[in-house]
Design a protein around this ligand. Sequence first.
Ligand code: ADP
Ligand code: MG
Length: 256
Amino acid sequence: MTREWTEADKVATVSLEGIHKRFGRTTALAGVDFSCRPGEVHSLLGENGSGKSTLVKILAGVLTPDQGRVTVGEDEITRFTPQVAKTHRIATVFQEVLVAPNCSITTNVLLGQHPWLRWRQPRRERHARAEHLLKRLTGVSLDPQTLVEDLSLMRRHQVAVARALAAEPDTLVLDESTAALDLDGRDRLFEEIRALADRGGIAVFISHRLDEVMEIADRVTVLRSGEVVDTLARDHYDMAELLELMSGPDVARAGL
Ligand SMILES: Nc1ncnc2c1ncn2[C@@H]1O[C@H](COP(=O)(O)OP(=O)(O)O)[C@@H](O)[C@H]1O
Ligand SMILES: [Mg+2]
């Protein structure tokens, strides 16, 4: 049931232009431009509170921007709903991972797929598919009938990522998805991210960890206080520069 990628399956550029978002008196995003090209891993980097998750939620259709344009290829998104994001083949793993704890691994991994698609497959095949997807991320075979509430925090995160992969997205958005992973889990997730970009998809990788961003990103957009400081391509930055962009020149100079 894996999707066949062909030339005709051209992935569209995802663009946000002039995005503003306020929560009461807090300005979370103040005129953000962020654009992702097919075939790239684009990192969104910034300190806590810089607006990364707000941008992610707009891409996922769970928040509506106060101002600005979001386009996927030629299509402008005007209604922000998870369903619209799904139609544009955008899958998101949120920072606060959403799982149904009292449901099985299989139900959680295949959750969100069209019921017809989900239930057309025999039970045994559904379990096998969920097990296989999760094994790619964990390296171990877990019983797919296990309840998610019996899994560790790391495994729950992996279930959430497996669910996003199950949607076979063009654009995969991962908000701090490595935070709960061990090194092996991170390496496996990086393999999935790289594979998606290599076949022409888009990976939006959000992290506040510079070393990870240095390792995986083709381009980095740095956010500070809800504004884009810069977007830079790999080989056009080093760690010290990214740190300075993230925290501002004074903090970086003081070595804080
Ligand atoms: N639902 C919300 N209600 C009020 N303030 C929010 C909400 N979501 C985010 N914020 C605020 O918006 C700013 C950006 O937050 P967020 O996008 O979560 O940043 P990041 O993911 O980079 O840590 C922060 O000041 C945060 O407190
Ligand atoms: Mg966040």
